[in-house]
Design a protein around this ligand. Structure first.
Ligand SMILES: NC(=O)c1ccc[n+]([C@@H]2O[C@H](COP(=O)([O-])OP(=O)(O)OC[C@H]3O[C@@H](n4cnc5c(N)ncnc54)[C@H](OP(=O)(O)O)[C@@H]3O)[C@@H](O)[C@H]2O)c1
Length: 270
């Protein structure tokens, strides 16, 4: 039996890419698509939103109207919408949720943690399998390179519509550096350097963001010493990479116990 998938934010860039992948993969069935009430995407065939032939299933606004036959909900909307969705799924007793949304406040993320006590929840600021490997490489490098000698700098570039900066993935990579160095990222992150005295502090982890064009997502972690530099980088060439990762996660999450999971669990096959 194919796994039934409902997508929140199916009209958006990520949501529509995941929808296309679901429609084209026999292991899955697209059973619902949720859109914003005042959106242009209300009451549209889900195939049309996904850029495939029509599938005779329409987008809906109320979550409950799009859950029939759903084994997994994949969320590609906004932090506010995600919080509303997890509350309703918890009340409903499921199904499991995968959220690829970035830019949660601590309070919003607590709502996901709370929901994970009742239903399986997987969050991923980047669904790419390659980025998960980069995260591991960055941890290894940061553990081997003393912070007093090697400055860590993270830079990222995304398309002109991206809302949050630094990107969720840049923060994941920053956390990988900080954890390997036994630092708290919040205490050492330098995210804004627009000042007359913007010299980096010893042990700082610097972030810089570029926005423009249609760039899917470039990330680079540099370790810079007085005599040499190491760069670990990743480029997403096609948004499809996120959709493939999201579906790998969906297969993995289905049938799990309640809990909060991430892509590392998927890759490590925990
Ligand atoms: N994890 C990953 O691998 C990954 C990859 C890429 C992006 N992202 C993240 O995914 C999120 C979406 O990115 P995007 O580029 O796809 O943005 P986007 O194109 O703006 O899509 C967001 C969609 O959510 C919809 N939406 C907003 N509120 C909603 C609600 N209450 N109910 C249902 N739908 C709602 C929007 O509807 P309207 O169109 O009507 O406004 C829009 O279609 C961002 O947080 C982004 O950073 C994650």
């Amino acid at each position: 039996m194919p796994l039934g998938v409902t997508i929140i934010g199916i009209g958006g860039r990520l949501g529509s890419t995941i929808a296309r992948e679901v429609i084209q993969d026999d292991r899955f069935k697209l059973v619902g698509g949720i859109v914003r009430s005042d959106s242009d995407h209300v009451d549209k065939d889900l195939g049309e939103l996904a850029g495939t032939p029509w599938i005779n299933r329409m987008s809906v606004v109320r979550l409950e109207d799009g859950l029939q036959g759903a084994d997994i909900v994949i969320d590609a909307s906004t932090p506010q919408s995600t919080v509303a969705v997890v509350r309703r799924l918890t009340e409903n007793g499921g199904p499991a949720l995968i959220s690829g949304v970035t830019g949660f406040s601590d309070e919003q993320f607590d709502a996901l943690r709370q929901a994970a006590e009742t239903i399986p929840v997987l969050t991923a600021r980047n669904f790419s399998i390659g980025i998960s490997l980069v995260e591991m490489l960055v941890s290894t490098a940061a553990a081997a390179l003393p912070a007093e000698l090697w400055d860590a700098e993270i830079s990222e570039t995304h398309h002109r519509y991206k809302a949050d900066a630094p990107s969720g993935t840049a923060l994941v990579l920053g956390e990988a550096v900080a954890n390997a160095r036994h630092q708290m990222l919040d205490l050492v992150a330098e995210k804004s350097r627009s000042s007359a005295d913007a010299r980096r502090l010893p042990g700082a982890i610097g972030f810089s963001s570029r926005r423009g064009g249609a760039i899917v997502g470039d990330h680079e972690v540099g370790f810079l010493s007085n005599n040499e530099e190491i760069t670990i980088s990743h480029r997403a060439l096609d948004r499809r990479v996120f959709a493939v990762g999201a579906l790998t996660a969906a297969n993995w999450l289905h049938g799990r116990s309640p809990g909060l999971y991430g892509m590392r669990d998927v890759i490590n096959g925990n």
